[in-house]
Ligand binder design. Structure first.
Ligand SMILES: *Cc1c(COP(=O)(O)O)cnc(C)c1O
Length: 430
């Protein structure tokens, strides 16, 4: 499609958007009585209007039923996670028994590594992307040390070629092949938080398995952003948070995926707790851990009802739009328009003031566009915020803007460009 840099064009795209009504389902933050143009769903998604209602239902259940709420009422807490599993599964391309809501993301990363990072003297290395989210780096480092290995030796980071910001799939696959029999685990992000690069998870999984390693993904920036096929891709395990593209609130509950093929593997280690015990016999309180079948068997502590209620509210809206395919279709267009608009700003300024480091290829990115400001980046960012455009800032010079198909529109993108140009010009004239 050929884009145009004017309001009427943006509004005409919005008029044709089958998801255009969805933004009315969300609450936008305000400043000076005006709603923000919110382009920060990569960090914290917006509150669905439904959230209060669904949370209130559970508060009422707590009030009226107290301890009986575990087994009584319209949504007994004991089984509430099953409703979420049905709605989480289509988001990541899994069957409901392969997913489970529990804990928070980094905690789950640790729990899953306990099961799927089982280093031996010959095979103890982990391959990951350079510049992964710090929490993942720390988790992986500490797991390696926990097993008695040296992170410097055991962790192999795949880096972009000199001068590049993003990785080439072939370089990732070549690195996996090169270290072959020494690799215990390939652990990648689905989408890198900094560059917004979407990795080829299917082929990374194939290469990892060919090398004899387990393969897992941190889907913090991918789940709810791009369609995933974890089961079909044969991924061993994955986890994600629900508060970025899945709008389940700050510190929201995380989700895990464990591939069905591991369900009957008695040799898998895990850090157990009572909530992972066989559901039917859990309250016999007997000695000797017997895991519940499926991803549920990785639960440790009792289920978190209030965070699940918030996730449930949000998941109902994903169900309403038909899950990921319709969102992705709009997302590709919206993000392409955002890139076009940023380049229009550069054109008007007569130089590449804002360099897009997110891949140009729509198949290698999700909603997020990361731009490097040539100069005055922080100032530009602060001016944008002051003028009701909320993206996010990453040191030393990167602005991340995410047009989220669930609640952003083409007009948001157009207006952001207009403001970006005005702000940059005014700073230059200061
Ligand atoms: C956001 C994010 C996290 C955050 O982890 P929490 O345990 O939820 O605080 C971890 N890893 C990645 C890749 C992320 O993008």
């Amino acid at each position: 499609m050929t884009f145009e840099n004017n309001l009427a064009f943006a509004q005409s795209l919005d008029a044709q958007d089958p998801l255009k009504e969805m933004r009315n389902e969300y609450l936008f933050p305000q400043q000076n009585g005006k709603p923000f143009i919110y382009l920060c769903g990569n960090s914290l998604g917006l509150q669905p209007k439904l959230a209060k209602e669904v949370l209130n239902q559970q508060l009422n259940n707590w009030q009226n039923l107290a301890v009986e709420g575990w087994f009584e009422g319209d949504k007994p807490w004991m089984f509430y996670h099953k409703e979420l599993k049905k709605l989480m599964a289509p988001i990541v391309g899994a069957s409901p028994d392969e997913v489970c809501p529990m804990n928070t993301l980094t905690v789950n990363l640790h729990l899953l590594m306990v099961s799927f990072y089982r280093p031996t003297k010959e095979r103890f290395k982990i391959i990951m992307e350079a510049g992964a989210f710090p929490s993942d780096q720390y988790a992986i480092e500490s797991q390696v040390r926990f097993h008695g290995y040296d992170p410097k030796e055991a962790i192999i980071e795949v880096s972009p070629k000199a001068g590049a910001y993003t990785l080439e799939t072939n370089d990732i696959l070549a690195e996996i092949e090169k270290h072959g029999s020494e690799i215990a685990l390939v652990l990648f992000g689905g989408i890198n938080y900094f560059t917004g690069q979407l990795f080829d998870m299917e082929n990374i999984t194939k290469a990892g398995h060919k090398a004899g390693a387990k393969v897992g993904f941190d889907l913090a920036h991918a789940a709810g952003n791009v369609p995933l096929q974890l089961h079909e891709w044969n991924v061993d395990f994955a986890c994600w948070c629900s508060y970025k593209y899945q709008n389940a609130g700050p510190g929201g509950i995380s989700g895990i995926f464990v591939h069905q093929k591991h369900f009957n593997d008695q040799s898998l280690h895990r850090f157990a707790g009572w909530w992972g015990y066989q559901e039917n016999n859990r309250f016999l309180m007997e000695k000797g851990f017997v895991p519940e079948a499926g991803a549920d068997g990785w639960q440790v502590s009792c289920t978190q009802v209030m965070p699940m209620a918030l996730y449930h509210a949000s998941l109902q809206l994903f169900e309403k739009v038909g899950f990921m395919e319709p969102l992705r279709e709009k997302s590709k267009q919206l993000t392409a328009y955002l890139c076009y608009i940023i380049n229009e700003v550069n054109k008007a300024l007569g130089e590449e003031q804002f360099k897009i480091i997110t891949p140009q290829n729509p198949d290698e990115r999700g909603a997020q566009v990361s731009i490097i400001a040539k100069e005055n980046g922080k100032k530009v960012f602060d001016y944008l915020v002051k003028n009701n455009v909320l993206g996010d800032w990453r040191e030393p010079n990167v602005i991340r803007l995410s047009a989220v198909p669930m609640y952003n529109n083409f007009e948001d993108v157009f207006k952001t460009g207009e403001l970006l140009l005005a702000v940059t010009k005014s700073i230059a004239n200061d």
